[in-house]
Design a protein around this ligand. Structure first.
Ligand code: ZN
Length: 223
């Protein structure tokens, strides 16, 4: 029996969310992490997800949905280059994977019901609103209504970071969850999966700015 299921990408935000969920739930044994292979162009973040869950002793499942790559086209699932800049830039729409988060949340809900977990932690955040409609509160509220209608004991999707920007999430990790900047070496944010993080894609840009805003050094190596 678990108390919570978390959708875990292996990035810095979901890393912080995992620690948040563990604290909320009273220990690693009460949390199960779920990662998805949806045909993203690199698997690097999944390796980081595995590493963190092994280190923490958190139950971890990777759901293989890579056949979705054939039908869900995005800069994250095809060979087209990922855009550079900020999440708010119009060209970031290229990184939207059609309905991906609803698919992942739906599977997490099934897992949560099976594991008798009452909460699903979803790392939607304020910085994602402009480009990713499925990171907005209206979407999460609507999905919670649908889960209630479609299940006997529906779990609730919770989004503790929905009003946080990336730097607020980092600040929360450092100030409230006893994480150190160096702990973030076990996270991968870059949309590209090369040896070092690219430093210029939307994800890297936001990550670097978050560390800079907190006057912290990002432990990752950049190209
Ligand atoms: Zn990058």
């Amino acid at each position: 029996m678990k108390k919570a299921v978390i959708i875990y990408s292996g990035g810095m935000d979901s890393f912080t969310l995992l620690h948040h969920a563990i604290k909320d739930s009273g220990g690693t044994e009460h949390v199960a992490a779920l990662s998805f292979d949806y045909g993203q162009k690199h698997k690097k973040e999944l390796h980081y997800a595995i590493k963190t869950c092994v280190n923490l002793g958190v139950t971890h499942r990777i759901i293989r949905l890579h056949d979705l790559q054939d039908i869900l086209k995005s800069a994250l699932t095809t060979s087209s280059p990922v855009p550079e800049g900020h999440y708010t830039d119009e060209n970031m729409k290229l990184t939207v994977v059609p309905n991906r988060n609803m698919i992942m949340l739906s599977m997490a809900a099934g897992y949560a019901i099976t594991a008798k977990a009452s909460r699903i932690y979803y790392g939607a955040q304020a910085g994602d609103y402009p480009i990713y409609p499925d990171c907005r509160k209206e979407f999460v509220d609507a999905l919670n209504v649908a889960l209630d209608k479609g299940n006997y004991d529906a779990p609730r999707i919770v989004t503790p970071f929905i009003h946080f920007f990336k730097q607020d999430i980092l600040r929360h990790g450092i100030n409230n969850l006893a994480l150190t900047p160096h702990d973030y070496i076990d996270t991968w944010t870059c949309y590209n999966g090369r040896k070092k993080a690219c430093g210029v894609c939307g994800s890297c840009t936001e990550r670097l700015e978050a560390f800079e805003a907190m006057h912290l050094i990002d432990p990752l190596e950049y190209e």
